[in-house]
Design a protein around this ligand. Structure first.
Ligand code: NAD
Length: 361
């Protein structure tokens, strides 16, 4: 009997519905090929949900997500909702979804596609073969630590305060996720902190080192964040898996992603300790090209591959999708954002058809 999975689809706004349609087609073909049965349920989030219900994450959407095996999200946001108060903005829907599913680990791969090597702003010899996974702690650290706020001092001068704090248990759980991922990849984990200055980082380093005892097959190293930022552009191939806190991860994951030079190709995953993960492209809703069949659907398709790999443990099916993406690039198909001379320019739908053709061949 085939494996059955309940998948929640959150197409969101802008190019979201267009790229989601491609990912669903790809999953249907993959399902038939690998004997997996996907039950898809679509729900509104972001601007689409604001228009339909007045709130960016309706309770029903969260409920459907909580009762599924995985959540595939496209993108949210757009000019139309930019003027709303923060609590009603599309982005708040995304943050509430992460909180509602207790997603504390954010996985951001930065993989260089050999066919797109010229899109990188770094020299080809520096980036060729780069394949990095940044594991960022998502629900703790300085973005959430208390006290926070802008306070008035005794002299009447204002003082802005944020607190970088991590509990042992918060560090342990993200370290465990990162070691597990490193074990499935190149068995090398680099933990990034600022332990030479910050006490919170010293605790981070101690706990990550302690966790290493459970993973004798994974080689652990530590870097200070300033050095890590430098090494990422100097010699990125030295990295396999990186684990770091919320603030450092926010910055380093964008830096690592930009080594690849193409935002339309970058997937991500957010995971909790149990329950469904959320899998989504790194890019936004691209309102400037929405509804024009110009969007690159490959980040969305690669997010579906991450869903199979990290959410449903269907490695072979995930790899088949990744291979099909490489194959369409080899065949010269390019959407506008990754177009280069001599290649065949296609729209979102046509790129999807090319993928399906490769997968069925
Ligand atoms: P964006 O990523 O949507 O777009 C930046 C540029 O990249 C645009 O020129 C766009 O056309 C292009 N682009 C992005 N994805 C593409 C794709 N798949 N194919 C081809 N081109 C693509 O970022 P932005 O313009 O800063 O933000 C637009 C909206 O998206 C805003 O409302 C923002 O808040 C929202 N946003 C959402 C998310 C998310 O859903 N996770 C992330 C970032 C931004």
């Amino acid at each position: 009997m085939s494996e059955q999975y309940k998948i929640t689809l959150l197409p969101g706004d802008g190019i979201g519905p267009e790229i989601m349609a491609v990912a669903v087609k790809v999953l249907e073909v993959i399902g038939a090929k690998f004997d997996l049965s996907f039950g898809f349920t679509s729900a509104p989030i972001g601007g689409a949900a604001i228009d339909a219900t007045g709130t960016p994450l309706p309770e029903e959407t969260l409920n459907i997500c909580q009762h599924s095996d995985a959540v595939l999200l496209a993108a949210i946001g757009g000019y139309k909702w930019d003027g709303l108060p923060r609590a009603q903005r599309p982005e708040t829907g995304l943050l509430s979804l992460r909180a509602g599913l207790d997603l504390f680990a954010n996985l951001r791969p930065a993989t260089i596609f050999p066919q797109l090597i010229d899109s990188s702003s770094l020299k080809p010899e520096v980036v060729r073969g780069v394949d990095i996974m940044v594991v960022r702690e998502l629900t703790g650290g300085i973005y959430f630590g208390q006290p926070k706020g802008i306070f008035e001092t005794e002299t009447g001068e204002k003082r802005g305060v944020n607190t970088m704090a991590y509990r042992e248990s918060e560090i342990d759980r993200i370290a465990q996720v990162a070691f597990d991922i490193a074990r499935k990849r190149g068995k090398k984990l680099c933990s990034v902190d600022k332990a030479n200055v910050l006490d919170v980082s010293q605790l981070w380093r101690d706990r990550v080192s302690r966790m290493a005892a459970h993973y004798p097959d994974v080689e652990l190293s530590h870097l200070y964040v300033d050095n890590a930022a430098m090494q990422l552009v100097r010699a990125p191939k030295q990295f396999d898996t990186i684990v770091t806190g919320n603030l450092f991860g926010d910055i380093l994951s964008d830096e690592a992603a930009m080594l690849t030079g193409s935002i339309g190709m970058l997937p991500s995953a957010s995971l909790g300790s149990h329950g469904p993960g959320v899998f989504e492209p790194v890019h936004g809703s691209a309102p400037d090209i929405a509804g024009q069949d110009q969007a690159n659907p490959l980040a969305q398709v690669l997010s579906a591959a991450m869903m199979l790999k990290y959410g449903l443990n269907q490695m072979a099916a995930a790899q088949a999708i990744e291979k099909s993406v490489l194959e369409v690039l080899d065949r010269g198909y390019r959407t506008g954002d990754i177009m280069s001379p001599g290649m065949t320019r296609v729209g979102c739908t046509e790129m999807g058809e090319a993928l399906v053709k490769v997968l069925k061949s």
